[in-house]
Design a protein around this ligand. Structure first.
Ligand code: ATP
Length: 283
């Protein structure tokens, strides 16, 4: 979908507790986005304008989208999701019109967060742009951002893996003038993320998440999520030969089912860190 807006206007499922390994990044975004959306009076009192745009920058799968959703959810703001590459319309002027519509709806339903994923695809550096469409979209986005009034309570969050590919005009004051770097998690970060993704899993006693965290160098959140899911599927595959699926799974089998260290080890053989995948593709 071009932009999705869940019926109640939020995603009840994602909270700050669902994001691991980002350290004080969460506090940074709360200060930049949540505070002004919740307490515009603070900024009014001090006579300063809250940020209109925040740029999240970091490799794929590190939690940029999840973070933006969590802020929207925790702030009880509407969440409008624009997938950069998908907004490119085929008809003349279609993409700009869509952008205008999203901004308008966001303003009407404020407080709102407009999340533009892969913003580099809709706002690439203009000198590098060959297509007229991109040129017009960048111009439209700039106009819309300049037109946002602080009292409208709309914050735009852009996400990109390639900060340097973005039109510089977008990063001027009053536009995306705040930047948050979302890096690849370190070992304690990976441990935290693994904790989140195994929260609902029965783990066997031999599973040591610290060990998993140590041995997953280079894994980002999306990789760790995939690893936990794969390990769980291996646990399922382990019990399958012993059950007759047509008869349903006996309660004692279900109760005895847990994810073991071996399941993680075998899952590790299949899940590659996405950074490594990219390198392999490039080679
Ligand atoms: P992309 O740039 O590819 O859009 P992204 O940085 O927006 O990636 P998300 O879409 O937020 O990444 O993450 C994908 C999935 O990976 C999430 O739904 C979540 O399951 C997991 N994930 C990523 N980062 C984290 C994290 N920091 N903590 C917990 N889970 C994470």
């Amino acid at each position: 979908p071009l932009f999705e807006e869940p019926k109640d206007g939020r995603r009840a499922d994602v909270t700050y507790d669902d994001i691991g390994g980002l350290g004080d990044t969460v506090d940074q975004i709360r200060e930049m986005v949540e505070l002004p959306l919740r307490h515009p009076e603070l900024f009014q009192r001090l006579g300063i304008d809250p940020p209109k745009g925040v740029l999240l920058h970091g490799p794929p799968g590190t939690g940029k989208t999840r973070l933006a959703r969590a802020v929207a959810n925790e702030t009880e703001a509407r969440f409008f999701h624009i997938a950069g590459p998908e907004i490119m319309g085929s008809r003349y002027g279609e993409s700009e019109q869509r952008l205008r519509e999203v901004f308008q709806e966001a303003a009407q339903n404020a407080p709102s967060i407009i999340f533009i994923d892969e913003i580099d695809s809709i706002a690439p550096k203009r000198e590098q742009v060959t297509g007229e469409v991109e040129r017009r979209i960048v111009a439209q986005l700039l106009t819309l951002m300049d037109g946002l009034e602080p009292r409208q309570n709309v914050v735009v969050i852009g996400a990109t893996n390639r900060r340097d590919a973005i039109d510089e005009a977008l990063r001027r004051p009053g536009r995306f003038d705040r930047e948050i770097i979302i890096g690849v998690p370190d070992q304690p970060g990976r441990r935290e993320i693994l904790g989140i993704h195994t929260r609902g899993m029965p783990l066997a006693e031999d599973v040591d998440l610290d060990e998993v965290a140590r041995t997953t160098y280079g894994f980002v959140g999306a990789d760790l999520g995939a690893l936990a899911r794969e390990a769980a599927m291996d646990a399922v595959r382990r019990i399958l030969p012993g059950v007759n699926l047509r008869e349903g799974i006996p309660a004692e089998v279900l109760e005895g089912l847990s994810v073991r260290r071996d399941d993680f080890l075998s899952a590790m053989k299949r899940i590659q860190p996405s950074a490594l995948r990219e390198i392999m593709i490039q080679v």
